[in-house]
Design a protein around this ligand. Structure first.
Ligand SMILES: Nc1nc2c(ncn2[C@@H]2O[C@H](COP(=O)(O)OP(=O)(O)OP(=O)(O)O)[C@@H](O)[C@H]2O)c(=O)[nH]1
Ligand SMILES: [Mg+2]
Ligand SMILES: [Zn+2]
Length: 360
């Protein structure tokens, strides 16, 4: 039985690119849009020597609550039936994708106006899934030189908080090579609202003759291209000189080596989304803010939620400017949401008790 990776998921159909051997994880070198609409189940095409088969999921998947997703390694039959999903390394709910190395949170510097509450939630979701986040400020060309406002400050703030931030323009090519180096040798996924330029950035990473727009985006009535389905695309390998552009950042954090010449990247283009419904647990939250890490465990109260508790190491770090203020504020906002959802959690009770004991 062949094993493959799901490279596209649309309306209950899955396109699987054959891989070598069960769970080998070897990536496919397929490009997008290989099937005409309405291609029958079990039909296949060969792209760059890789067979891609149009499939549907086994009937029992639904009953068992199994949802195949782009990035999945799966077993399937020649007839086009996905029979088993192999264990996932990680998975994200929105956009729905599995087995990725990093998620690129894309926002536009100007239009559509960035929703930073959503950005913060995306970052939390990504960290929770144990995926490396990268923040992309696209449409940087539309930012006025004189604008010294919120956007530049935000970008700097995220850098200070330890995030990899890349400012790009799909229109002028700014930052595109830096992005390419960041993608080399990894499987990445775009996450972000509609219209921020995800597909445009993807196109700017592809050779001109293989522009993916037609495949990735359907023109909707108002003349806008909007991506309808998640789709995994292979990027061309790094060329001589491009490897040096990875921002000088070592990749030790995810155990990967520096990008090599010729090493391709893989990118999942996804449809935009405007909201994210996350279940937040009050006592887990701080752990998803990487810049809080040096201070956790150093507060006076054992179960400190870093809000109004005295002698809080996190709050002190904020007042010393070591933790970026907007990040702490977004922590507080999410904490309020979480405490509303879980007012009487066991951990919360423990904290109160601990506090009573310790109060002088
Ligand atoms: N000025 C400028 N315009 C851009 C840039 N990137 C994208 N655009 C424009 O922004 C619009 C939306 O771009 P898309 O690439 O379709 O956005 P998307 O994020 O893929 O949107 P969805 O597929 O709906 O999620 C298009 O009209 C692009 O031409 C940029 O860097 N600068
Ligand atoms: Mg798109
Ligand atoms: Zn604290």
């Amino acid at each position: 039985m062949p094993t493959g990776r799901i490279i596209r998921s649309i309306a209950g159909f899955y396109d699987l690119a054959e891989t070598n051997g069960a769970g080998s994880g070897e990536m496919v070198s397929a490009s997008a849009a290989v099937f005409a609409q309405g291609a029958p189940i079990g039909s296949s095409v060969v792209v760059n020597g890789i067979r891609i088969t149009r499939c549907r999921g086994k009937g029992t998947f639904r009953k068992k609550g199994i949802t195949p997703m782009v990035g999945d390694l799966a077993e399937y039959t020649e007839g086009g039936l996905v029979t088993a999903i192999l264990p996932r390394r990680n998975e994200m709910i929105r956009p729905q994708v599995s087995n990725v190395d990093q998620a690129l949170v894309v926002i536009a510097a100007t239009v559509p106006e960035p929703n930073f509450d959503l950005v913060e939630k995306m970052l939390l979701m990504i960290r929770r899934a144990e995926i490396r986040p990268v923040i992309i400020f696209n449409k940087w060309d539309t930012l006025e030189e004189t604008d010294c406002g919120q956007i530049r400050e935000r970008a700097e703030g995220y850098r200070k908080a330890g995030f990899r931030v890349i400012c790009t323009s799909a229109a002028t090519g700014l930052g595109v090579e830096e992005l390419r180096a960041e993608l080399a040798g990894r499987i990445s996924v775009f996450a972000g609202p509609s219209g921020v330029g995800k597909s445009s950035l993807l196109n700017s990473l592809l050779p001109e003759d293989s522009f993916a727009t037609g495949a990735l985006s359907e023109k909707i009535q108002r003349g806008r291209n909007t991506t309808r389905c998640a789709e995994l695309i292979q990027l061309p390998g790094l060329q001589c000189g491009q490897a040096a552009l990875s921002g000088g950042q070592p990749r030790v954090e995810d155990g990967q080596t520096e990008p090599q010449i010729g090493q391709p990247g893989y990118l999942v283009d996804t449809p935009g989304f405007t909201s994210l419904d996350l279940t937040l647990y009050p006592d887990d939250l701080a752990g998803f803010f990487p810049e809080f890490a040096p201070y956790l465990g150093k507060c006076y109260y054992t179960g400190c939620r870093h809000h109004e508790e005295p002698d809080c190491a996190v709050r002190e770090a904020v007042s010393r400017g070591e933790i970026v203020k907007f990040r702490y504020e977004s922590y507080l906002q999410m904490l309020a949401e979480a405490e509303e959802a879980f007012p009487d959690s066991e951990l919360y009770k423990t904290r109160i008790n601990t506090r009573k004991e310790k109060t002088p």
